[in-house]
Structures are given as C-alpha cells and as structure tokens.
Design a protein around this ligand. Structure first.
Ligand SMILES: [Zn+2]
Length: 388
C-alpha cells in the first residue's frame, strides 16, 4: 500500500506526483511528455483516444500474460505474443480491476482515491487505456497487434517449431558447462582462422572484394547454407529458452527486398534477459562461425582455385552480415540483443528518436547511444581502410 501523499513534504509530494504520472504515462508510452516536457510534440501512438461515454466496461483480454522483468517492471503480452506493453506501478495497481473488468469512471475514482493530489487522471487514464487497446490487450480491442510492422510484408511458408524443438532438446542434452565451452572453442577457432587469413594477405579481407572478387558459387553457398542456418539458430535458441516459434517464411522489406524471417515474438514472455539475449544473438554468431570456417578454407587453399575463391566470397559476405545484423540503429538482431541486455524493449525507439520521450531510463538511452556510436566508428574505420 502506498504512503499517503499528505504525509510527505510538499516538494516531495510534488515529485512523487510527477513520478507517478511519469509512470502512468509510461503505460501509454509517453513518460515525461506529460509534465516535464509539455512543449514536446503530441503523442504519436495514442492518437485515437477511446470514446469513454460509449465504451463497455474495460477488461483485459483473456490470455494476456503478465511478465515480471528482472528490472522489476511488468510487461503485458498479448495472447498471440506479437505485442508487448510495458507498464509502471500505477498500471500494476489497476491490473486486478482490469482483469475483473471495470468501467472507466470506476478506474478513475480508484486512482483518485489512491493519489488524491494527482491531476488530469481521466485524461491520462484514457491514454493508458488507448495504449492497451492499440496493443490488442483489451477484450474490446479491434487491433490484433500494434506490432504489425509498416513497410514490410510477410509471406508465411512453414513452421520450424518442431525441428527447432528437437534440436533444442539435443542441445540441452549437453550439460551447460560443456555446451558453453563448445561455443567458446568454436568462436576462438573462427577468430584464429580469420587472423590467419588476414596475415596471409590483408588485402583479401578488404570488403571491396565483394564486388571485385564476385563469385556466384560463394553467393549460392551463402544464400542456401549460411542464411538458413542463421534463421534456424534463432528458432533453436527460441525453443531452448522455452518458448515456441510461431512461423517462418519470406519477408519483403519496403515491400520489395526479400529475406527470410523466423517469428520469435513469443520471446517477450521470457523474464530472464540472457535467455532473451541469445535468441537474436545466435544469428550473428552463426555468421561469424561461417566466416571463420570459410577463412580456414581460404588459408588451406591459399584462396585460389574454385573452392578457395568461393570460400573467400563466403568469408566476405558473412563478415558483412555480422556487421549489418548487429547494427543497433535499425530494428535488427543487434538492436534486439542490446534491448534484451538493457531489459528494455523500447530502448532503440527512445535512443534513436530526436526527443527523449521518456520511454526509457537515461542510463539506458546513454548506453544505447554509445553502442550506436561505436558501431558507426567501426563503419568509418572500414571506409578509411578502403580509401587507403
Ligand atoms: Zn537474424
């Protein structure tokens, strides 16, 4: 139960109200928007406030999961697992009422009793409920999910879940210390291969070789072996973390550029951040191991002959994709890895936007931006090497 605000000093009470409504607005995705940064542009995600007068009682949709994160925050996950909405302490206070079902006036009255000095409760409550509605979390929600990505089209083809589950079982059969040692050994072996290939002839690893040393066999090997292994690794990691894979197929980015995808959205159900981290991390790991394997082949063949040339091309493509897939500036394996480590799935949205909309803690935004800067510096160094 909260301490009554009247028992606090005026300044502290004011701060608490700010914090509370900061939290309340986090529910609808906009924390300091409301108070400290009232001059900021209006909320972008809560454009359609619900029509309070004509609305039936508000109730959480059946099957909405409540996931408690390591940071202490609660995340509500839609029944289909495709949408997750983080909620703050006020949202948690409302949860029992939302599970049972309550009318909006009743919810507002409850909040007013809990926080008698708070202002604008009906407006903020309305935005909070609008956010839950957009996330497809209310029984009355018309939206299946907010996470339907714009600019992309998904063509589901099959489900890898069964295969992923079998492989994950096999992987779990190896005791944890041994499996971790195996991964570490493979990474070290790949790194040694890459260093050996680089020492053999540094110019071979110049990314300009992607054009100058084009090899159709290398391209085919990359597209039909490395890429499927990359996607399969996401699926196995998902199953190893204990949640199902819900689909796989072809994704058309900007409705044109094709690529494979594996649906691992159920990962939001996983409370442990390291388990969530490994689901996106296995993809770039596979790319890195592929580049290491190709590097060893290049070292052994001298990079000559059909096998050597194809291996060199696989090596260059795999390294390129290690870099692209870990780019935290766009929604990628890299951004998902970082968001899992920071335990904040809104970190990228907040960190790369011009406005600190208050979706994430300042330390999280700082760390995220630092990693983005490091990624850009690496790109600059590569360009400088190319130009030299
Ligand atoms: Zn990936």
């Amino acid at each position: 139960m909260k301490k009554p605000l009247a028992a606090e000093t005026a300044g502290a009470a004011e701060k608490k109200i700010l914090r509370i409504f900061g939290e309340l607005c986090v529910l609808c995705g906009k924390t300091s928007h409301f108070f400290a940064r009232s001059k900021m542009p209006g909320p972008t995600r809560c454009k359609e406030p619900l029509d309070v007068a004509s609305r039936p009682p508000v109730q959480l949709r059946e099957g909405v999961a409540q996931v408690r994160r390591a940071s202490g925050r609660t995340v509500l996950v839609s029944p289909d697992g495709s949408s997750a909405t983080r909620i703050g302490e006020i949202g948690e206070e409302l949860l029992p009422l939302l599970v049972r079902g309550a009318d909006v006036d009743g919810l507002a009255a409850f909040l007013q009793r809990q926080h008698p000095r708070a202002r604008d409760i009906p407006v903020k409550l309305d935005r909070f409920l609008a956010e839950l509605d957009l996330g497809g979390l209310l029984a009355t929600s018309q939206h299946p999910s907010r996470r339907a990505r714009s600019g992309t089209k998904r063509v589901p083809l099959f489900n890898l879940d069964r295969l992923a589950r079998n492989l994950a079982e096999w992987w779990r059969w190896i005791p944890a210390p041994q499996s971790h040692c195996l991964v570490a050994l493979l990474v070290v072996a790949a790194a040694i291969g890459l260093v050996a290939a680089w020492l053999g002839d540094p110019r071979r690893l110049n990314p300009a070789g992607l054009v100058a040393r084009f090899d159709p066999v290398g391209l085919v090997v990359f597209v039909f072996m490395v890429v499927p292994l990359h996607e399969l690794s996401h699926a196995v990691a998902c199953r190893a973390a204990g949640v199902p894979v819900t689909g796989a197929g072809i994704i058309l980015r900007s409705y044109v550029i094709p690529g494979p995808y594996v649906e691992t959205t159920q990962a939001y159900r996983i409370a442990n951040r390291w388990r969530r981290f490994w689901i996106p991390a296995t993809g770039p790991l596979v790319d890195f191991l592929a580049s290491g394997t190709a590097a060893w082949t290049v070292v052994l063949t001298g990079g000559d002959g059909p096998v050597g040339r194809a291996s060199l091309y696989v090596l260059l493509l795999s390294l390129l994709f290690v870099y692209l897939d870990t780019n935290p500036l766009i929604a990628s394996d890299g951004s998902h890895m970082l968001e899992a480590l920071l335990d904040d799935e809104l970190a990228r949205t907040t960190a790369v936007s011009r406005h600190d909309a208050g979706l994430s803690r300042r330390s999280v935004i700082r760390t995220y931006r630092l990693v983005c800067a490091a990624h850009v510096v690496v790109a600059a160094l590569i360009v400088a090497w190319l130009a030299a």
